[in-house]
Design a protein around this ligand. Structure first.
Ligand SMILES: *[C@@H]1O[C@H](CO)[C@@H](O)[C@H](O)[C@H]1NC(C)=O
Ligand SMILES: *[C@@H]1O[C@H](CO)[C@@H](O)[C@H](O)[C@H]1NC(C)=O
Ligand SMILES: CC(=O)N[C@H]1CO[C@H](CO)[C@@H](O)[C@@H]1O
Ligand SMILES: [Ca+2]
Ligand SMILES: [Ca+2]
Length: 583
């Protein structure tokens, strides 16, 4: 049905003599309009009943991604790891942790994904390895070529017992000194994350070559690209000077935010290494005649620095605007400013991306409120470019309540019973809620690595499929829209209408636009859309936020659209609605 529609639109465009009619066929590299989906493998699906998710679990659920209308998945680390940071501490970059399965299981996952036309992206964690990696053990013993694979420095000011102070005041993102003394080598090593994650030394040419080999290893196993973790932590200023105070009275000494990280983050050398990885991926794609391999980069930094990732080889430098700059209560003007700021800063001919969540951030429905969960799905999926959804957000999962004693995240456990909630990432990592059976259908075991959210009995995928209007249906409706030409090449307009309503319009010449209306106010409003947007007198509600009480398929009079509190609706022409729904 959708492909029929695509043909109809292409036909329409060429009949009208639009140049864009041909661009859509020639210039749509696969990733440019794809809905990406992040799988946190520990929590997605457990295939063997040990209470922890695994690769066979993911493979068994790939159909869900297709059903949801997702085109690519990136999987958080699955490599051998002592799990000090749940897989982000890697002891072998080119194997699979037995907890998750085997390389054969991985190959099976990739093969199944290919059958389903899903692209598999792996998480690449370049900043550090585990302290149990062979390289680190050899580096401790000063065995070449590993001696300088890590950031080793002498201590300062030995006391009477011969105990040294760390080389400088740098802090770990998980609080406390970023330096750990190693008795055997007689030096400190740097760890920007937990002490089991020693930072790798990118000023060492051999190390850089090793990491290139890691990328090649997974490319040969059929992955379509990499999501690069914590990229802005890769380099440190080589003078190793103390960092200045952030002068934030709210943050205690020893906490990461108490310093201004001018020497341990966002160093210019990062961009050269990124460019070298881009070249490696392009060369591979060319030589093996495969589709474009994508690079997604994670770096919480200012817009200028993030934009430079685009020009040095990242297709998708994560845009965290909807995580860091908007929240429940944000006005239409604030949403518009986050959207405009990305689009205005982005260098020409690059592709925008919109991230709503990940395993480090509270869930969308918890941050914005359940009644605004659909609002964020709709906004991210109607905007041009790429959307990135964290698993579970498509059904509006909420943060779990994890007590201090149940906490397992080092970011929480490195603090104390009083402060942990502010730092813990456990709440957003609770198991995926598939259905209302044992452990929400995540595992046959009644105990799981993090407790299942008690709300699973009513909040789960199966229940949302069974009713006529659910978060999941909204998500599906929006991903379906993205397959239409009007999404793929339609122009964008973002406006603030009266009474705190955000209007996002996508249009192509000769067709009725598609309009998302977001009521950002805490009250119901009635607006005249006809004044400002070229819509028909009557438009059809294509999809709507669940709590709005507005049933999709209903027609509305555009001179007076009623939007109950926290309502988001998407309007299309009645004709487009009928075509999509096969009427
Ligand atoms: C410190 O906390 C107070 C109260 O929560 C807040 O108003 C202020 O902006 C904070 N200061 C900084 C520098 O974050
Ligand atoms: C909406 O309007 C279209 C076109 O006028 C019409 O065909 C359709 O039946 C209407 N839908 C409803 C639910 O009234
Ligand atoms: C979102 C994300 O992937 N965050 C990770 C960033 O890197 C650190 C260290 O590898 C992890 O702890 C985070 O989970
Ligand atoms: Ca398992
Ligand atoms: Ca580093």
């Amino acid at each position: 049905m959708l492909s029929q529609l695509a043909i109809l639109f292409i036909g329409l465009a060429s009949a009208l003599g639009c140049r864009t009619g041909t661009e859509i066929v020639s210039n749509q590299d696969w990733w440019k309009t794809t809905a990406f989906y992040q799988i946190y493998p520990r929590s997605f699906k457990d295939s063997d009943g040990d209470g922890v998710g695994d690769l066979n679990g993911v493979t068994s659920k790939l159909d869900h991604l297709v059903d949801a209308g997702v085109g690519a998945l990136w999987i958080s680390p699955i490599y051998p790891s002592p799990m000090a940071d749940f897989g982000y501490d890697i002891s072998n970059f080119v194997d699979i942790d037995p907890l998750f399965g085997t390389l054969d299981d991985f190959d099976a996952l990739v093969a199944r994904a290919k059958q389903l036309n899903l692209k598999v992206i792996l998480d690449f964690v370049p900043n550090h390895s585990s302290d149990e990696h062979e390289w680190f053990k050899k580096s401790v013993r000063r065995e070449d070529p590993y001696t300088d694979y890590y950031i080793w420095r002498d201590g300062k000011n030995p006391d009477d017992t011969g105990k040294y102070e760390p080389p400088n005041n740098w802090l770990s993102t998980f609080q406390g000194s970023a330096w750990e003394w190693n008795e055997e080598r007689g030096q400190f090593y740097l760890h920007q994350f937990v002490k089991g994650q020693p930072d790798l030394n990118y000023r060492n040419a051999n190390l850089r070559k090793e990491m290139e080999n890691v990328l090649s290893f997974w490319l040969k196993r059929g992955v379509e690209g990499f999501r690069i973790d914590a990229i802005n932590h890769m380099f440190e200023d080589d003078r190793f000077l103390d960092e200045p105070s952030s002068n934030n009275a709210n943050v205690s000494a020893g906490y990461y935010d108490s310093l201004n990280h001018i020497y341990s983050k966002d160093q210019p050398e990062t961009y050269d290494v990124l460019q070298s990885w881009r070249d490696l991926l392009d060369k591979y794609a060319q030589e093996s005649n495969t589709d474009t391999k994508v690079i997604m980069t994670e770096g919480y930094a200012n817009t200028d620095l993030v934009m430079q990732y685009y020009t040095h080889g990242s297709n998708i430098p994560f845009n965290f605007g909807f995580i860091t700059n908007t929240r429940s209560g944000s006005t239409a003007a604030e949403f518009k400013s986050v959207i405009d700021s990305w689009l205005d800063s982005m260098p020409e001919n690059y592709v925008a991306n919109w991230v709503t969540g990940n395993h480090d951030q509270r869930r969308v429905a918890s941050r914005y409120g359940s009644n605004r969960a659909d609002q964020m799905s709709i906004v991210c999926l109607i905007l041009p470019g790429i959307s990135v959804t964290y698993n579970g957000d498509e059904i509006g999962m909420l943060d779990g309540e994890i007590s201090w004693v149940d906490s397992v995240d080092p970011a929480a456990c490195n603090t104390d019973a009083e402060h942990f909630e502010q730092y813990s990432r456990d709440p957003e990592r609770t198991p995926y809620q598939w259905d209302s059976t044992t452990s929400a259908g995540f595992s046959t075991s009644s105990t799981t690595w993090l407790p299942v959210n008690r709300n699973y009995v009513s909040l789960n995928l199966a229940a949302q499929k069974a009713v006529s209007h659910s978060h999941y249906h909204v998500y599906q409706a929006m991903t379906a829209l993205r397959k239409l030409p009007i999404f793929k090449r339609g122009s964008l307009s973002v406006e603030v209408l009266a009474d705190n309503v955000l209007a996002i319009t996508r249009s192509v010449t000769g067709a009725t636009p598609i309009v998302a209306l977001v009521n950002c106010a805490e009250s119901s409003v009635s607006i005249n859309v006809k004044n400002s947007i070229a819509v028909l007198d009557q438009m059809t509600v294509y999809t709507s936020s669940v709590s709005s009480g507005i049933t999709p398929g209903r027609n509305v009079t555009t001179s007076s659209v009623q939007l109950p509190v926290a309502t988001t609706i998407v309007l299309t022409s009645p004709r487009l609605y009928q075509i999509v729904h096969g009427a």
